[in-house]
Design a binder for this molecule. Structure first.
Ligand code: SF4
Ligand code: SF4
Length: 169
């Protein structure tokens, strides 16, 4: 498994066309057993998660803006000993999708590869990189994440292999 996020980003760029074809394949193939595909992808994703030490990476915290909700803001403000107003002023803007977000990348709470507010981090950070679920409806998001996250990149590559994707191209 490739664990260096810079190499992953480069490889994902080289595989961009192939990955778009795979996205279309997953989206439109009626021959696939989609619940089986979901289970297989989850298995590969979980195996990659086990192999990866996120403290050596931090790529997701470097490239993504982080949507937050009121609970996140409350928790983070308390953790940083700020009022919620102060927290909003200092860290929150609207991102390109109109969401309330910590809209600077890299994230202001990233120190080296580590999260300085780990115990109070937003919910989306806790769930990232969102392994599991419906691959067919999430394939675009997966493609996007595969361009930065070694775990998702590995999951996608293993899934392509598992489905003998090359034979359909
Ligand atoms: S809050 Fe922490 S985990 Fe979330 S993006 Fe920022 S540094 Fe990463
Ligand atoms: S979730 Fe992915 S991108 Fe984020 S630190 Fe872990 S391996 Fe890197």
């Amino acid at each position: 498994m490739e664990k260096d996020p810079r190499i992953v980003a480069q490889s994902a760029k080289e595989l961009e066309e192939e990955n778009w074809s795979f996205h279309n394949f997953i989206k439109h193939s009626f021959r696939l057993n989609h619940s089986r595909v979901d289970a297989v992808a989850k298995r590969y994703g979980e195996a990659a998660e086990k192999e990866m030490d996120c403290t050596t990476c931090g790529a997701c915290c470097r490239v993504n803006t982080i949507p937050v909700d009121e609970k996140d803001v409350k928790r983070l403000a308390k953790h940083l000993k700020l009022s919620q107003d102060q927290f909003y002023k200092q860290y929150i803007t609207e991102n390109e999708f109109g969401e309330t977000a910590i809209d600077t990348a890299p994230c202001p709470f990233l120190e080296g590869n580590l999260c300085s507010v780990y115990d109070a981090r937003p919910d989306v950070c806790r769930k990232y990189p969102y392994i599991g679920g419906n691959i067919r409806t999430r394939s675009l998001a997966i493609l996007e994440r595969a361009s930065t996250c070694p775990i998702v990149f590995e999951m996608l590559e293993q899934l392509k292999k598992h489905l003998n994707f090359h034979q359909y191209r």
